[in-house]
Write a protein that binds this ligand. Structure first.
Ligand code: AMP
Length: 221
């Protein structure tokens, strides 16, 4: 199964991708996570990416395309993947299409995670990540005390806020989404791939909506 999760920052792409990988046995490919790993490793890519990410801007398409090409060649992506955070521009979407068509493995669906603007802002300002296991919490909607931090996996969880979740940067990221990424909604609708998902409410209810949209698509294959 090859899908793209499309949606504004804070729409739950990463959280829901985590839940879908268990159900479908395909990896989550998050370009944001790949870039954060490069920043943490201090690689040349990481050094270039850090300032751009902290400013809430997008990295250039060439860089992102070479990262995604390399990632999709890995053995674990041969039976499918859940793309989270890619594509984010029309050029990236076009090139992804070319790449997947060339290997005869086109996308099955693009799920658009729809969340209203105010909820997005609260999700992003409240987001905190465990330093040890990367589990994501929200101080408003799923604080670390409920469920217990890392569900007991990390003895002394230390939570941090992503630098790009600072309020001023969030505003920039939402603007960048509206300008550069939102045009992909029409793009994928025109390609007959778009499924709209109401991405608010209980996590498990949202997962179920996504699964039923995917099942419908897989039946049509
Ligand atoms: P995310 O975790 O998906 O919100 O991504 C965090 C940041 O990484 C973004 O704000 C961008 O600076 C950068 N980034 C991630 N994916 C892409 C992409 N497909 N194109 C350009 N920049 C990206």
């Amino acid at each position: 199964m090859r899908i793209v999760l499309l949606g504004a920052p804070g729409s739950g792409k990463g959280t829901q991708a985590q839940r879908l990988i268990e159900a479908y046995g395909v990896p989550q490919v998050s370009t944001g996570d790949l870039l954060r790993a490069a920043v943490a490793a201090g690689s040349p890519l990481g050094l270039k990416a850090k300032a751009i990410m902290d400013a809430g801007k997008l990295l250039d398409d060439e860089t992102m395309l070479s990262i995604i090409r390399e990632r999709l060649e890995k053995p674990d992506a041969q039976n499918g993947f859940i793309l989270d955070g890619f594509p984010r521009t029309l050029r990236q979407a076009d090139e992804l299409g070319v790449l997947l068509n060339a290997i005869g493995q086109p996308l099955d669906a693009v799920l658009l995670m729809e969340v209203d603007q105010q909820a997005l802002f609260q999700r992003l300002t409240g987001r905190r990540t465990c330093k040890t296991c990367d589990r994501v919490f929200n101080v408003y909607t799923s604080p670390p005390s409920s469920p217990p931090p890392c569900q007991g996996r990390c003895a002394t969880p230390e939570l941090f806020q992503r630098p790009d979740d600072a309020e001023a940067t969030i505003k920039k990221r939402l603007d960048v989404y509206a300008e550069q990424t939102a045009p992909l909604i029409d793009y994928y609708a025109n390609h007959g791939l778009l499924e709209r998902i109401v991405a608010e409410g209980e996590l498990s209810v949202v997962t179920e909506r996504m699964r039923s949209a995917l099942e419908k698509r897989l039946k049509q294959r």
